[in-house]
Design a protein around this ligand. Structure first.
Ligand code: IMP
Ligand code: MG
Length: 499
């Protein structure tokens, strides 16, 4: 049985990122490698991410604090880097959960340069998503888009600003100016409803005339400052200092296909969760990273929110069902209790796979759309991550008679100029173009494999794995050039095979 030590021989800085649309099981692997790491750092995304963590008897969902915090007994340093959209309300909530559970967070630090999430960011995100049917993205409502927009518009605030009230006030007023103008044009009932959401402290920041009560924001953020001030510092310099000296684990968020720079734009998040974005988000170079492990959920994949998904099981029907906003696990269990992963009805099959994989959003509870593993997208995604991958959730399809892999697409849309070529109806594509309007017109061509039909979560070595599963892995490696380094056969640490 190969060990973490063999896998990480010679590695000082390791990054774990997702090659798909997120939710591939990064949480498990950050936890898995945390025992090896001295420092664990996040550098992208914000409270749009979410992973469920067990503390004693209870399960908690963490959005911002790096998962490595639970290994603090060994004195590990946890960092939230400059690239993160930092929402003090959520961080304080998470610190309270840790307090209640008796976990120390003495070694937790926040970059002074992190993007500060303010109430207006949540409001802008939610009012836009609530208004704009045409360009709805299906965001998590955590203010992510507006925060990064402000950053690039040069009107954003940094975490450090909460330490200087008069600077904070000036920047806050500047930041609110245009937003208030826009919100005054929006449906007043919607704005009010959003402002009264629990995430916006039940109307605490609401002013019927000016929309935002600046004094209320000032008061609340100065409270946050008291709670957080000892933890704010130059984490980027700290990390650079320890490069090559300590074991550093970089924890990705979301996934390559949600990258604003390389994902299925515009159905993406507003940061760059690729390994380049992650390195920048913690203040180092991507060339400082010795090993990047890109997670591939296999042999199915998922997506939450809107956007193209060529291999979606159940197609448009599934997309609409998942997007209605009131579907959750218990409803699906009740309605589809007898659906199976071998169901001949695609809609029922997709629900069965979702139930088998527990594919419901940690942040929003939304059902995740499910589809077959898409090799053209994987080939594309390797350009953002490299070729070393972890395959996760392999056990979910233990009962499947047939596994389908999308090996290429046939383009079905109208003529489309793509750089120097013109895509024509019927063209075969084997590396996915990330343009949403092309992907929407791509029909998957599948190769079918026999399922292994046995319980795999108890297997511990590659040699023990069913031949059928090994054949599919070998095919993926040959067809895409990925190098499968680790396999995950269940949520527990032990349910892991190092290849
Ligand atoms: P935002 O990041 O909240 O702006 O959402 C933009 C898109 O990214 C939506 O489709 C979300 O469902 C998706 N998204 C954001 N964070 C995650 C995540 O952690 N896992 C999966 N999808 C995510
Ligand atoms: Mg997640």
């Amino acid at each position: 049985m190969k060990s973490i030590e063999t896998l990480l021989k010679g590695v000082k800085t390791l990054a774990v990122v997702c090659t798909q649309w997120g939710d591939t099981g990064k949480g498990k692997f950050v936890d898995y490698f945390a025992s090896w790491a001295d420092i664990i750092a996040r550098g992208t995304g914000g409270a749009n991410a979410g992973h469920t963590i067990k503390l004693g008897e209870d399960e908690h969902i963490f959005h911002l604090i790096p998962s490595g915090i639970l290994h603090d007994g060994a004195g590990k340093v946890n960092i939230i880097g400059q690239g993160v959209a930092f929402d003090p309300r959520i961080v304080v909530d998470e610190l309270n959960i840790l307090d209640d559970a008796g976990y120390s967070y003495d070694n937790l630090y926040f970059s002074h340069n992190a993007h500060l999430v303010l109430p207006q960011h949540l409001v802008m995100d939610r009012v836009k998503e609530g208004t704009d049917g045409e360009t709805k993205i299906g965001t998590t409502g955590r203010g992510i888009g507006p925060v990064y927009t402000d950053h690039y518009a040069r009107i954003g605030l940094k975490l450090n600003d909460i330490l200087n009230p008069s600077v904070f006030r000036k920047k806050l007023e500047r930041n609110l100016r245009d937003k208030v103008k826009l919100l005054k044009l929006a449906d007043p009932a919607l704005v009010k409803e959003v402002m009264y959401h629990p995430d916006l402290l039940h109307g605490k920041y609401y002013d019927p005339e000016k929309i935002f009560n600046i004094e209320a924001i000032m008061r609340q953020y100065s409270e946050y400052a008291l709670r957080l001030k000892d933890k704010i510092g130059d984490t980027e310099r700290y990390l650079r200092y320890y490069l090559g000296k300590k074991n550093i684990l970089l924890e990705g968020a979301q996934g390559n296909l949600l990258s604003v720079d390389g994902g299925t734009y515009p159905f993406v998040t507003s940061s760059d969760p690729s390994v380049r974005g992650l390195a920048k988000g913690v203040g180092i170079f991507d060339t400082d990273i010795d090993l990047t492990l890109g997670i591939v959920k296999a042999f199915y994949m998922t997506r939450v929110g809107e956007g193209p998904f060529p291999t979606e099981i159940g197609g448009k029907l599934s997309e609409e069902w998942c997007g209605t906003g009131n579907v959750n696990r218990s409803l699906e269990l009740e309605m589809y209790w007898n659906a199976t992963v071998n169901d001949t009805d695609p809609m029922r099959q997709s629900v069965a796979v979702r139930l088998a994989g527990g594919e419901y959003g940690a942040t929003t509870g939304r059902p995740r759309r499910v589809g077959w593993l898409d090799l053209p997208l994987l080939r594309y995604s390797m350009g953002l991550t490299g070729k070393d991958v972890i395959l996760t959730k392999l056990d979910v399809l233990d009962d499947a008679d047939t596994i389908k892999l999308c090996v290429k697409y046939q383009y079905r849309g109208p003529d489309y100029a793509l750089g120097e070529r013109v895509l024509k109806k019927g063209d075969v594509i084997d590396v996915a173009p990330h343009y949403a309007e092309i992907l929407e017109q791509c029909e998957p061509v599948y190769k079918e494999f026999k399922g292994w039909k046995m319980k795999t979560s108890t297997l511990r070595t590659f040699e023990e794995l069913p031949q059928e599963m090994r054949d599919i892995i070998a095919y993926i490696e040959k067809e895409t050039g990925v190098n499968v380094r680790v396999l995950s056969l269940g949520p527990d640490r032990e349910e892991t095979v190092i290849v």
